[in-house]
Write a protein that binds this ligand. Structure first.
Ligand SMILES: [Zn+2]
Ligand SMILES: [Zn+2]
Length: 102
C-alpha cells in the first residue's frame, strides 16, 4: 500500500504554462509568478527559452592564440604561459601565420 502511494506521487503531472503539455512534476521547473499560483515549465520549453544558460560559447572565444618560440609550440590559452615549459618569456601573442615565419 505504501509503495503504491509512493509510485502515485512520482507520476504527478502538472501543466506546462508555455506549451500546455502535461509533464511530470519532477521533470518540470517551478516558476514563481506574480500571482500566488504555482506555474511549471517543462524541460523542452526551458531549453527553448534559455539557449545559452552557461555562456559556454563566450568562454571559448576568450582564449587567445599564443606561440612559444622556445618550444616552437602553438597553443590557445587564457593567459600568456606556455603549457610545455611553463614560462611566458618566449611567448608571443597572436596566431602565428606563414607570413610571420618569413
Ligand atoms: Zn512546455
Ligand atoms: Zn614553451
Amino acid at each position: 500500500m505504501a509503495i503504491f502511494e509512493y509510485m502515485a506521487t512520482l507520476r504527478v503531472t502538472v501543466p506546462c504554462f508555455s506549451c500546455m503539455k502535461e509533464v511530470e512534476k519532477n521533470q518540470a521547473r517551478l516558476i514563481k509568478g506574480i500571482t500566488a499560483d504555482a506555474r511549471y515549465e517543462c524541460f523542452s520549453c526551458f531549453k527553448k527559452n534559455k539557449t545559452q544558460p552557461w555562456g559556454f560559447g563566450d568562454e571559448i572565444k576568450q582564449k587567445v592564440g599564443f606561440y612559444c618560440q622556445r618550444c616552437k609550440y602553438k597553443f590557445r590559452a587564457r593567459k600568456e604561459c606556455c603549457p610545455y615549459c611553463n614560462k611566458s618569456d618566449f611567448v608571443t601573442k597572436g596566431d602565428l601565420t606563414v607570413h610571420d615565419l618569413i
